[in-house]
Design a binder for this molecule. Structure first.
Ligand SMILES: Cc1cc2nc3c(=O)[nH]c(=O)nc-3n(C[C@H](O)[C@H](O)[C@H](O)COP(=O)(O)OP(=O)(O)OC[C@H]3O[C@@H](n4cnc5c(N)ncnc54)[C@H](O)[C@@H]3O)c2cc1C
Length: 483
């Protein structure tokens, strides 16, 4: 099978998966269900981009046998590959949806780590490296949509996984058999109801011997027996299916459903096991996990910052505030955020580092600092934007009011500004509301803050990758300790 098309992707989801939403089991294919149909359409567009002659060069690359593979899954070999990887992600964001987070390019990166550190994996079990590499090749050829399951429910945060009163609060291995490993527990995952496989792996934690049963990583088919998808509430609720996209330009089209996936004694065949009961590999994966993944997060953060700048310019231009010094100052501050993120991305790429096996990694200290910057500053960006657009975006009528023959004229009259009629303004104001004050806005802010692990874990990664000896040495010399 070659790279999937959008149509093939849609058909592939009709596979008997157990998906539950708003208290009911989804019957039939998720592709047809109102809570998922628009996201399935959105992801299908990404599949079709791989076949579009205008984008094929960025989205795909040549495999050794002359066929095309998805660049989502290509291990970067040099700085040019890193640049192409960034351009691939930004192509999806520009062509499909600038605020979309989960589409697979970022979830694969632990497989790059396995390919890079294969010698270490071989010390535990040679199957691990072979399985990881076989999965990477399959993903490259078929472009399966893979989500990421790291985050367990965790229960009592003061206790280790093995100390919890219910041993399933962190996902664990309950049995190893000739056929494979049996896992039980649950993980949070964005996009799982309309993805193919989940890369399940250990969360942030202390990977001590006592947690051995919890130190498991594997690739799980999302329709496997015993896998149950418990979806969060749709942002607009099931009842608002068919919601007017003029009122909800983001949430009516791009609700990336987050899910608690329950793994109820799921048998994972050995060929899908990346490691089982290996605390040392769990610790390695956590510490090296973000080596390539954070580039995708920074690229997404850049696209979101760009939309905030663009929407601020649009809003200010409509209401005639673009030349007000205080408004210009705020817009300039937004531009600083955007340009800073771009600078982090380009610097990390330009000053890239070789990995253990000679693959190209974004400069780790620069990228880790950029990751913290993005996690910390998205809330500030939204706050600047909110100050620019004022309070009216939270006081809006919907487009049904505009369309109403009795009161539509009032809406047009009082929402008009200068040359911009009420209908045009309402569209922009609703975009501003969605970016600042909707359930969609709240979810994006939470995503920006937490999806790359909490900031304390990101700080630990920066501390580990920063050239501390260099700074320390210069300070010692200045203090007169080393002459
Ligand atoms: C929109 C969204 C989408 C997501 N998608 C995915 C996904 O696809 N896959 C996935 O695996 N995860 C996903 N996540 C989960 C994300 O990885 C977690 O939210 C994140 O790791 C934090 O875990 P938690 O929410 O359980 O918070 P907790 O671990 O409960 O932490 C809550 C707070 O307590 C602090 N805290 C906890 N323990 C410590 C400690 N030891 N030291 C210092 N501070 C501590 C944290 O810093 C944090 O501020 C998503 C999250 C969001 C918001």
């Amino acid at each position: 099978m070659g790279l999937m098309t959008g149509r093939e992707y849609r058909a592939s989801l009709d596979d008997g998966r157990q998906v539950w939403i708003s208290g009911e089991r989804v019957r039939g294919s998720v592709a047809e269900h109102p809570a998922f149909a628009s996201m399935v359409d959105t992801v299908a567009k990404i599949y079709d981009l791989h076949h579009d002659p205008a984008h094929r060069g960025i989205m795909t690359y040549e495999l050794p046998d002359g066929t095309r593979g998805s660049r989502f899954y290509k291990v970067p070999e040099n700085s040019r590959d890193l640049t192409l990887r960034r351009l691939m992600t930004s192509t999806v964001l520009q062509e499909v949806c600038p605020t979309m987070d989960r589409f697979g390019d970022e979830t694969v990166s632990p497989l790059f780590v396995i390919k890079d550190r294969g010698d270490l994996f071989d010390r535990f079990d040679p199957r691990y490296r072979a399985n990881g590499e076989a999965w990477l090749e399959r993903l490259q050829r078929e472009n399966l949509f893979m989500t990421s399951g790291n985050t367990d429910p965790k229960g009592d945060r003061s206790k280790q996984p093995h100390e919890q009163d219910d041993p399933d609060l962190y996902l664990r291995v309950v049995e190893e058999t000739d056929a494979g490993v049996v896992i039980r527990g649950a993980k949070f995952e964005t996009g799982a109801p309309y993805a193919h496989v989940a890369f399940v792996k250990p969360t942030v934690g202390s990977w001590m011997e006592a947690n051995r049963d919890y130190a498991v990583a594997c690739i799980v088919k999302l329709n496997a027996p015993g896998v149950r998808h418990i979806c969060r509430m749709p942002l607009l609720g099931l009842s608002s299916t068919g919601a007017d996209v003029r009122d909800h330009p983001l949430s009516a089209r791009y609700d990336e459903i987050d899910t608690l996936i329950v793994f109820d004694n799921v048998l994972i065949p050995w060929e899908d096991v990346i490691f089982s009961r290996e605390p040392e590999l769990a610790a390695l994966m956590r510490s090296e996990f973000a080596r390539w993944a954070a580039q995708g997060y920074l690229t997404r953060s850049l696209a979101k910052a760009d939309i905030l700048v663009g929407a601020a310019l649009l809003y200010a231009e409509q209401v005639g505030s673009a030349n007000v010094p205080a408004v210009r100052s705020k817009i300039s501050q937004l531009m600083v955020f955007k340009q800073t993120i771009e600078a982090f991305l380009i610097a990390a790429e330009t000053a890239c580092q070789p990995s253990r096996c000679g693959f190209a990694m974004p400069n780790q200290a620069i990228q880790n600092a950029g990751r913290i910057y993005c996690s910390q500053s998205y809330g500030d960006m939204v706050q600047h934007f909110r100050e620019i657009v004022g309070g009216q975006p939270v006081m809006l009528p919907d487009h049904a009011m505009l369309d109403n023959p009795e009161i539509g004229a009032d809406v047009r009259k009082y929402f008009r500004a200068g040359q911009h009629d009420g209908a045009e303004r309402l569209r922009v104001m609703h975009l501003a509301r969605e970016l600042t004050s909707s359930a969609y806005a709240g979810r994006v802010q939470a995503y920006q803050l937490f999806a790359e692990t909490p900031i304390f874990a990101q700080e630990a990664a920066l501390y580990a990758t920063y050239d501390r000896a260099g700074s320390l040495g210069r300070a010692r010399r200045l203090a007169g300790l080393d002459q």
